[in-house]
Design a protein around this ligand. Structure first.
Ligand SMILES: Nc1ncnc2c1ncn2[C@@H]1O[C@H](COP(=O)(O)OP(=O)(O)OP(=O)(O)O)[C@@H](O)[C@H]1O
Ligand code: NI
Length: 337
């Protein structure tokens, strides 16, 4: 693990710096008698204040692993082999807790898909929020209670005073998720990460919760990373879209540019799945298989309708296309192609 020494970072630089900056994050799983399995390969990601970034990719792409790396909890023997992570301009990997600029759960709040599992079944809703607020903000019991009620009101929980005394099992799924969000946001985190947090909810509740997160980010200094397999969510809620495929960023673009003109063939596959368009599917999904045993240099080549011999022999780099766009493809789809 290496990181730049930024101890001379001035206050002004820190203010201008992205809330979270990941540079070249690589996580590998050693395999007996084989080369390591590289589950995240040189992933770069920047999230600025007030910005909502959507991280999209299919199952196993490495979305949760990236989150776990940021939170310092890589599962199952994976090793963070290289890359730098900065919070408001200050590097934080490998620093002891008391030197790290990140206080987990306070600065970076993580919301996951099973809200009930996040709540303690033997404490009331109010006690749980009060505990978190007191722990992180050092407020008195009375002040913390007042803030807890405000937070429940902010996440549109009806009659927040009496809900303080509710038990987690008395809440619907949507209500429980709101409580989890209230807890996450109660200590003014710099970044909220939603890892598939709404996928288990009814569609209408999912929309309410996402709208709420968007409003709360817009009205504060917070930034959000919304992790999802559902590209449609990013169309409505995100300012920028980052597509992860087999541990690599394959495309990154501002939201409107991405949906107007996706450049990477995999992005088009995702959109074809979402649009339920038979014509799109036929054009983009009907790909002749590679010869047996071929291990293409481009990780997407086996599924790519635009595959050329070069894609099998040479791994594409992530190229800057200007206007905040990047694409990892030898033959990206651009205007008129
Ligand atoms: N214990 C492990 N041993 C080996 N590889 C692992 C292990 N845990 C995770 N991985 C690697 O990380 C990848 C899983 O990534 P992750 O769980 O982050 O996927 P995801 O994008 O969050 O998918 P989903 O949408 O299903 O949540 C696996 O494909 C594998 O490459
Ligand atoms: Ni996941």
């Amino acid at each position: 693990m290496t990181y730049q020494d930024k101890t001379d970072t001035t206050e002004a630089q820190a203010v201008a710096a992205p809330v979270l900056e990941l540079e070249g994050i690589t996580v590998a799983y050693p395999r007996y008698g084989e080369s390591d399995h590289v589950a995240l390969d040189a992933v770069d990601l920047k999230i600025r204040r007030g910005e909502i970034v959507g991280l999209v990719g299919e199952t196993g792409a490495g979305k949760t692993l990236l989150t776990r790396t940021v939170m310092g909890a890589i599962p199952g023997g994976g090793e963070h082999t290289s890359g730098a992570m900065r919070y408001n301009g200050t590097p934080f990997t490998d620093l002891p807790d008391d030197k790290s600029p990140v206080r987990p759960a306070k600065d970076i709040a993580l919301i996951v898909s099973n809200p009930r599992r996040e709540l303690n079944p033997v404490l009331t809703v109010g006690q749980q929020i009060v505990n978190v607020i007191r722990h992180h903000l050092g407020l008195s019991e009375k002040e913390a209670r007042a803030r807890a009620v405000d937070m429940l009101r902010a996440v549109a929980i009806p009659d927040p005073e009496s809900r303080m005394d509710a038990w987690p099992h008395e809440l619907s799924g949507g209500m429980a998720q709101r409580v989890v969000i209230a807890i996450a946001l109660s200590c003014d985190p710099g970044l909220v990460i939603s890892d598939d947090a709404t996928s288990a909810l009814d569609v209408t509740v999912q929309l309410q919760v996402l709208n709420l997160m968007k409003e709360m980010v817009a009205g504060s200094e917070t930034a959000a990373l919304i992790i999802t397999r559902d590209i449609a969510i990013t169309a409505h809620y995100c300012d920028r879209v980052v597509i992860l495929y087999k541990g690599e960023v394959v495309e990154e673009a501002p939201r409107d540019a991405f949906f107007d003109r996706p450049h990477h063939p995999y992005s088009i596959n995702l959109l074809a799945a979402f649009a339920h368009s038979p014509a799109l599917r036929e054009a983009w999904w009907d790909v002749p298989p590679l010869a047996d045993g071929t291990r293409p240099a481009c990780r997407f080549a086996d599924r790519c309708a635009r595959r050329q011999p070069r894609c099998v022999s040479e791994a594409p780099a992530l190229r800057d296309c200007g206007a905040g766009r990047r694409v990892r493809c030898h033959y990206p789809v651009e205007a008129g192609t």
